[in-house]
Design a protein. Sequence first.
Length: 301
Amino acid sequence: MSDSIYSIGVQGQPWSDKEKALWFEGQSIKRSYQDEVLAKLEPLADSFDTVQYGSLSIDESRYPLYAIKSKNWQTDHKTVLVTGGVHGYETSGVQGAIRFLETSANGFSDEFNLIVVPCVSPWGYETINRWNNKAIDPNRSFYPDSPAQESAALMAFINELDLDIAMHIDLHETTDTDNSEFRPALSARDAIEQKNWNIPDGFYLVGDSTKPEADFQCAINEAVAKVTHIAPADDNDKLIGVDLAQFGVINYAGRELGLCMGLTDAPYVTTTEVYPDSPLVDGENCIMAQVAAISAAIKFI
């Protein structure tokens, strides 16, 4: 596959505010954050504390930002952070975080403090977008003075908690629209050539190259393999153009790249990726894979 001329902008010229505004005008609401996320959080109020840590200025009443915390918070327990929906279009990250709360989270409450942020980017969720409304990728924006409101709000919330977080798992997925829409849009926005068009067929993990914790990543994949298939490497022994660290695992420099997994100083960090467009899975299987990954990560630590 190769770069094609995108519908917005002039090929070879980075977007100005004009092109970003044109891109925003072309977006539309395709699903409901209220119905698919917020309504599912309401029944959890008896088991967990719900904290609103902000809202998106594009529509503050429509897009409140919520974190779910353990009710029986114990200062001597390890604290675990689960984030989903940093890229709003990645459905199983959001629904996997919610399903974990619904089905498995209480089983860990005697030993761990849990913080679950199921939908970091609600506008992106509703419009099924990787970017936010300003054509910014929140998962490349976790750094001081972030231009992405979604990233800045989550960073401020976590920093204000002032906790030692033991483990952070960030839930993602890769869809065929990465090649049909998001990679071409990125190429047009930044006037860069896209050299990687690989979409792995299956589940894989992205560890942090500064603290890869190979045994931790392996334990997660072993648990997930009981639910769904682990993505094989391509013909060059890579996943998304990156050398394998081990089967089903690649590593990125999380903080250097502004990724959500670089948000904390947690010693155990991973990002999940599933492929819902695989003929071997469906949406439910992808959700269950995310739940299996969260549970295995907590059990490991």
